[in-house]
Design a protein around this ligand. Sequence first.
Ligand SMILES: Nc1ncnc2c1ncn2[C@@H]1O[C@H](COP(=O)(O)OP(=O)(O)O)[C@@H](O)[C@H]1O
Ligand SMILES: [Mg+2]
Length: 243
Amino acid sequence: MAERTKLYEGKAKVLFATDDPHVLVQYFKDDATAFNGVKKGSIHDKGVINNKITERLMTILSAVGIPVHFLERISEREQKIRRVEIVPVELVVRNRVAGSMAKRLGREEGEPLSRPVVEFYYKSDPLDDPLITLDHIEVFGWASTAEIAWIQQTALRINDVLLGYFASIGIHLIDYKLEFGRLSQNPATLVLADEISPDTCRLWDMKTGKRLDKDRFRRDLGDVAEAYHEVAFRMGLMNSPGM
Ligand SMILES: Nc1ncnc2c1ncn2[C@@H]1O[C@H](COP(=O)(O)OP(=O)(O)O)[C@@H](O)[C@H]1O
Ligand SMILES: [Mg+2]
């Protein structure tokens, strides 16, 4: 097999070039980081599980007409994706109060929200992904008014789909992070990019409230790999329960 060119190595994934300039391979690592890389570790088989979970969720979203970068899973840890220029704005969609929202606003984790809340963060490791407003996005040219309007609307459509899907497997989708990009082949087209997994979502068991996501790693709650496995099991991607 030909040596692949590594284009980018991030905290959780590696991007490789392929023969097609508009197609990349996304490789999922077991590496886990938190607090912008301050806490480091590894979660057994996380890469395999996140690859499959992302495949399934992207496929569900694609089926209801949401454009996604995902093309196909090609191995345990790799998937083919369409190359994009990432919009440097991360969206966080929240259905209940948790994490930084609880801290920043002095609210109890788990408090329901009367409607989903979308937050914007500037994607910058050196700046620690600061919270921004729509004005910042437009003034600094990170996305046009039309692009961000589409992104925001699409995030809410994604939320409707994911909220219902996770509820159907007994999981509260508390919040999650989304990234969008412009296709390298046609920059006028925006698609959902990156990953959707227990690394990027808060997932709470509906019956017990048990956290089935990266908060187990961030907060040293134990059973980290088991929680990822449990999510995959409920999604029908593993044949034994994780916990
Ligand atoms: N389809 C795509 N085309 C180009 N870049 C992408 C695509 N999907 C995701 N990316 C970027 O690739 C990187 C994925 O690796 P990750 O380990 O998550 O990085 P990071 O540590 O920067 O979060 C991210 O920076 C993400 O924005
Ligand atoms: Mg990332």
